[in-house]
Design a protein around this ligand. Structure first.
Ligand SMILES: NC(=O)c1ccc[n+]([C@@H]2O[C@H](COP(=O)([O-])OP(=O)(O)OC[C@H]3O[C@@H](n4cnc5c(N)ncnc54)[C@H](OP(=O)(O)O)[C@@H]3O)[C@@H](O)[C@H]2O)c1
Length: 238
């Protein structure tokens, strides 16, 4: 992973932060984005202490096209040409179908699905001028997989995460000609702040580090170069 530069959305905490740590340990450089600048700055500061010069952070919302474009530009200037994209940032709003407003529905879909598309679109542009191998890993959820038991109140989350699986397959097809592998991970419960807020009291066997290991596997061309368009479902609580 020495020459790799990984863009990680939602890199300030949870699964995104664990991915950042795993990439840094493997010798890569990382660029992180999240909306809360204080949380992001404190994570970046901690990581920079151990990996000086290898971390860039930019606070902003991935559902905003200009923000995404500026994050990519600034990453290129600070670290070099990105080779990996981890579409990890996500939110949920727990409201029944009857109670959920159109604005709430659109906010979840816009961040979880459209945000992933905007980052992927910017990433695809990089591949036009250079044939370096690249990879995208999208983070969906078991909530985005057909036939798994769904929790009530999460219609916008569930729909957006189904969308992420579909987006993965669509991007993988177009990515082939550009040397971009696109895969997806659909975790069940993972021990993070999001889980504690979404389903209080639920015990998770999987840790953010466990998910980060799978992300790394999908980004390592020596291990997974023939894998694209796949979604790995993580049934760790069964
Ligand atoms: N934890 C689980 O059990 C579980 C299970 C299945 C799938 N997942 C998925 O895994 C991913 C990571 O989840 P997690 O549990 O690590 O969540 P988390 O601890 O809540 O972290 C989410 C990160 O995403 C950032 N983020 C949210 N909206 C953003 C936006 N619009 N622009 C930029 N950054 C944004 C958050 O920071 P700000 O709020 O400051 O922006 C935060 O850094 C999500 O996509 C989630 O749906 C989680």
């Amino acid at each position: 992973m020495r020459e790799q530069i990984a863009l990680i959305t939602g890199g300030a905490k949870g699964i995104g932060r664990a991915c950042a740590e795993a990439f840094l340990e493997s010798g890569a450089r990382v660029s992180l984005i999240s909306r809360s600048s204080s949380e992001l700055e404190s994570t970046a500061k901690e990581l920079l202490k151990v990996y000086p010069g290898k971390v860039f952070s930019h606070s902003g919302d991935i559902s905003n096209q200009e923000t995404v474009s500026s994050w990519f530009d600034q990453t290129r200037k600070a670290l070099g040409e990105p080779t990996l994209l981890i579409n990890n940032a996500g939110i949920f709003i727990n409201k029944s179908v009857q109670e959920q407003s159109l604005e709430e529905w659109e906010k979840v879909v816009r961040i979880n699905l459209t945000g992933s598309f905007l980052c992927a679109q910017e990433f695809f542009k990089l591949a036009k001028d250079s044939s370096v191998p690249r990879a995208i890993v999208n983070i969906s959820s078991l909530a985005g997989i057909r036939g798994t038991e769904k929790f009530p109140g999460l219609s916008s989350y569930v729909a957006s995460k189904f969308g992420v699986v579909g987006l993965t397959e669509a991007l993988a097809v177009e990515g082939k000609a550009l040397g971009i592998l696109v895969n997806c991970i659909a975790p069940g419960a993972v021990d993070t702040e999001m889980l504690r807020q979404a389903i209080p009291g639920m015990k998770a066997k999987a840790t953010p580090k466990d998910i980060a290991k799978i992300v790394l596997f999908l980004c390592d061309e020596n291990k997974s170069a023939v894998v694209t368009g796949s979604t790995i479902e993580i049934f760790s609580n069964l």
